[in-house]
Design a protein around this ligand. Structure first.
Ligand SMILES: Nc1ncnc2c1ncn2[C@@H]1O[C@H](COP(=O)(O)OP(=O)(O)OP(=O)(O)O)[C@@H](O)[C@H]1O
Ligand SMILES: [Mg+2]
Length: 299
């Protein structure tokens, strides 16, 4: 990352020469001061979940979960099967209406809003079981993804003077879609119906589609399950780039502990619908209650 040498700035000077007050020393001092200052600047907190509860008949799937996610972070949400992770995602993104509790996105209460309204705010998710439109091709699925499409308005597409604008937009969209397909290594499937894809290919398409909407925050529910390790690495690199360069925020649900511990700087552990613990990967690994929850949960 940093191209700065780790060695002392005067390491190559002969012994009999006093380390002069040269430029050599200053960049290091400045750099660390900048790094310190950066650490002190509080980041935004785009997502805040408070007292979230979801009951299905007699089952309490989420039981008063409270947590928040820092801007431009890669946060992991883990827990044994049935802990309530997917239900939490469903409540955050409007798929289910919570029984109680609130969800705030960028300072606004979005509790109970419809999924498309939440997606339009820039909060998008992928599903544990991918939900593509089977009767459409891979390319069509991608081109349908972005929120506000001018081509949708009939008046706009027939009014003289505006038609060119719509056509131009569509070709840009098509180009974006192709680039995205190439990146996800599914361009050879562009003309295939989504219904004919394998489970892993569908998940890639779903992730690609979510990214096409140009989101601010993404919730990924086991997005990498079944993806080959080389491509997984490439997608994770992309995720790191997006958060570093564009401040995108990610909340990941994964059962692959190595993936979570190596990529997330903050981890939230759910157990029986509640937040059992949260902290750095090191803190989480050292918590015996977490280990116990997993062993008890047959993971
Ligand atoms: N639509 C539903 N109707 C009834 N019960 C549900 C529904 N969705 C989830 N549940 C129940 O809520 C609990 C939490 O399920 P959830 O899918 O949120 O867990 P999870 O942490 O995502 O698990 P996994 O790791 O297996 O995906 C489980 O007991 C599940 O059976
Ligand atoms: Mg789940």
């Amino acid at each position: 990352m940093s191209e700065r040498s780790d060695g002392p700035a005067d390491a190559n000077l002969p012994d009999d020469v006093d380390a002069p007050d040269t430029e050599d020393l200053e960049p290091e001092a400045d750099d660390s001061a900048v790094e310190e200052a950066a650490k002190r600047v509080p980041r935004g907190v785009p997502l805040k979940v408070e007292g979230l509860r979801k009951e299905f008949g007699g089952i309490t799937a989420v039981d008063g979960a409270t947590f928040s996610v820092e801007e431009a972070s890669l946060t992991g949400l883990i827990g044994p099967n049935g802990a309530g992770k997917s239900t939490t995602f469903n409540c955050i993104t409007g798929v289910h209406e919570p029984t109680a509790g609130t969800v705030q996105f960028r300072g606004e209460d979005i509790t109970g809003e419809r999924p498309h309204a939440i997606a339009n705010r820039g909060l998008v998710r992928t599903f544990q079981i991918a939900r593509e439109l089977d009767e459409m091709t891979v390319l069509e699925n991608l081109m349908l993804a972005p929120g506000h499409q001018r081509g949708e308005s009939i008046t706009r597409s027939v009014l003289p003077g505006l038609r060119g604008d719509v056509v131009r937009q569509e070709s840009e969209l098509r180009e974006d879609a192709w680039e995205t397909l190439e990146f996800f290594e599914i361009d050879h499937l562009a003309g295939e119906y989504a219904g004919n894809l394998s489970g892993g290919q569908r998940k890639l398409l779903e992730l690609a589609r979510a990214l096409m909407t140009d989101p601010e925050m993404m919730l990924l529910d086991e997005a990498f399950a079944g993806v080959n390790p080389t491509l997984e690495e490439k997608l994770l690199d992309r995720i790191h780039d997006l958060r570093e360069q564009e401040d995108l925020t990610f909340l990941l649900v994964e059962h692959d502990m190595d993936l979570i511990m190596e990529n997330c700087e903050h981890v939230i552990v759910m157990h029986q619908g509640r937040v059992l613990d949260e902290g750095t990967p090191e803190e989480i690994k050292a918590n015996e209650d977490v280990v116990e929850a997993y062993l008890g949960g047959e993971v």
